[in-house]
Design a protein. Sequence first.
Length: 511
Amino acid sequence: MSAEEAGPGLNCLVTGATGYIGGRLVPELLAAGHRVRCLARSPAKLRDYPWAGDAEVVRGDVTDPGSVGEAMRGMDVAYYLVHALGTGKGFEDTDRRAARVFGEQARAAGVRRIVYLGGLTPDGVPEDELSPHLRSRTEVGRILLDSGVPTTVLRAAVIIGSGSASFEMLRYLTERLPVMVTPSWVHTRIQPIGVRDVLRTLVGSARMPADVNRAFDIGGPEVLTYLDMMRRYASIAGLPRRLIVPVPVLTPRLSSHWVGLVTPVPRSIARPLTESLRHEVVCHEHDITRYVPDPPGRPIGFDDAVRLALQRVRDAQVTTRWSSASVPGAPSDPLPTDPDWAGGSLYTDRRELTVDTSPAALWRVIEGIGGDNGWYSFPLAWAVRGWLDRLVGGVGLRRGRRDAARLRVGDSLDFWRVEEIEPGHLLRLRAEMRLPGLAWLEMYAEVGDDGRTRYRQRALFHPRGFLGHAYWWSVSPFHAVVFGGMARNIAKAAARDATAGAPEPAPSHAP
C-alpha cells in the first residue's frame, strides 16, 4: 500500500533512535509519509544520520516525565524502543519506571497508540522462571497495555539483520570456531525473523484500529534450533561444515563468558541473550496479519535474511549496529572545556608532526582508523588492552567499525565512541573501556603557519580518585611507544598513501 493509499501521514514519536531498531525505523516511517520526532538523551548522536534533516530531534529521557510529556505533545503514535539491557542489577526497576512514565505521559497528551517491540516469551513457563531480560520485557509490555492508551506489543525472538546483536553473535561463533563445544541451548527451538519484517510490522502497526490493545507474536516462516542456524549460516557463508559438540555444563553465565571471548558482543549483552535461549521461543499465533498483511514473498526465510545481512556487511552498508546505542555504564560526559576546565586534574599527552601530504590525504587516514585498519602503533599493546577490558566486563577492542571508511557522531569504534567529527579536520573519540576515570583521544588534520600539513594528536584523561591518578602514572611510561608511535605511523601512512594514490588507509604498523 502506498503512502497516498494509506491516508494522511501521522505524527510519530520514536524513542531509541540511536539504537539498532530505532535508527532503522525512522527512515521507514518517513518513507511511509509520516512525520517523525525523536526523543534522545544526546541529540548530537543523530546529527550525521542520513535522515537527520527530515526528522525533528528533541532532548529528553524516558525516565523524566517532563521531557517525555513535552515530546508527546501533538503526537499520534509513540514508539517505545528502549530498554535497560545490561545496566546492572537495577535494570528491571529502571525499565518499570520508564514504561510507567511513558504510558502516563502518552495518555495525558492524547496519543492514539503506543507501539512496543518486546521479546517473544516461551509458552507455559511461569514468569518467575524467565530470564530477567525476558521477564522485564514482558512486564514493560503489560504496563503499556494497562496505560489507558491503545497499545500494540510486538514480541520477537532472534532478529536476523546486519549489525544486530543476535546476528553478530551467530556470525562470529560460526565463523571463528570450526570446532565448537557449545551449551545445551543450541538445541532450543527458535523462530527467527528478518529485520526487514520487523520494521515493516512496526510501521504498519501505526494504523491499527483504536479498539486493538494486545500483544502479537511475530516471527519468520521457519522454526529452527540454534544448531540449525549455525550450520545453515556456515553453508550460506561458504564455510566448511562445523563440528558442534553440545555439553550440558555451560550455564548461561558461563555461556556469556564464552560468547564474550569469541564474539564482539560484550558479556553484559551476551548474558541476557543466552539466558533467553534456555526456553523455546516460538510464535503461537500470527494474528498480526489481520492488521499488517504479509506482502507476497514475506516474511522472508532464515536463509534469505542471512544472505541479505551478509551482503550488507560485505558492501559496507550497515546503517545501524547493536553497538549504535551507548554501552550501558559507559561514560557519557562530554570533553571538559579547555582551558576553562576547573573540575580537577586533566592529564594530557600531546603529539604534533609535519606531514608531507595534503590535509585531505591525512584526513583519510584519520577517519579510517580502528577496526580492520588498526591503531597505527604497537598492535600487541592494543590487543592486550582490549583483552583486559573484556576480562573485567568491558566492550574490548573487537566492536570494529560500522563503515570501513566513514564515521559519524555516535558510531562505536572498537572501545571508543565518536563524540565529535568535523570532516577534514577533527576526530574526537571518547573511551568506553573500563577505566578509573574519563578519557578522550583527538586527532586533527591542519595547515600550519608555514603552509604545510600538520598532524596534531591529543590524549586526555580525567582521573577518578587515587586509582585514576595511579593508573595514569603507571601507563605514562608507555605513551611514547603507543601515542608517539601512533602519530608517527599515521603521518607515514598518509604520506605513503598520497604518493601511491591509494584512497584507503593502510593497516596498523609497529612503531
